[in-house]
Design a protein. Structure first.
Length: 154
């Protein structure tokens, strides 16, 4: 189960995800200080905790660490949504209520996501068989692949 990030953890992870590159404590500190008073040691402690929790990887460069995200914000959000959905006794009803809370723009984004997801089924057996390079369906008589089957001899 994915635990929701705390307020300061989220503020820090938002920056790390947005910048999409390894960051130092000082970089995060300077950006956070534009909106709040915060100590270097506080930022360092939160980055270290995020690393220990598996949200960040780090590499030592000289005497400092550079931190970068292990996964994307979208993956984090999807995990939170999945965990919330899994707590329902009636997942279908929960989805209906969730869809009812969506704005028209969010419903359109959902339709787009479902179209993309249909292109990449998670169950390969559910995907239609691909044609070979000559455009022949896999079960048609095409070039000899060396395989033997009923009615073939070698």
């Amino acid at each position: 189960m994915v635990r929701q990030l705390g307020e300061l953890e989220n503020a820090i992870m938002t920056r790390v995800w947005r910048w999409n590159r390894p960051v130092t404590v000082r970089e995060v500190l300077l950006d956070l200080q534009s909106e709040r008073e915060i100590a270097y040691t506080t930022v360092m402690t939160v980055l270290d905790k995020l690393h220990r929790k598996g949200w960040l990887r780090r590499e030592r460069v000289g005497r400092a660490y550079r931190y970068e995200p292990v996964s994307s914000r979208e993956a984090y959000t999807a995990a939170l949504m999945n965990d919330a959905w899994a707590t329902s006794d009636n997942p279908a009803a929960a989805l209906v209520h969730f869809f009812g809370l969506m704005s028209p723009e969010q419903r359109e984004a959902l339709r787009d996501a479902l179209r993309v997801a249909a292109l990449f089924p998670s169950d390969p057996a559910a995907a239609p068989p691909a044609a070979d390079s000559a455009g022949d369906p896999p079960d048609s008589a095409g070039p000899d692949t060396g395989a033997t089957g009923p009615g073939t001899t070698r």
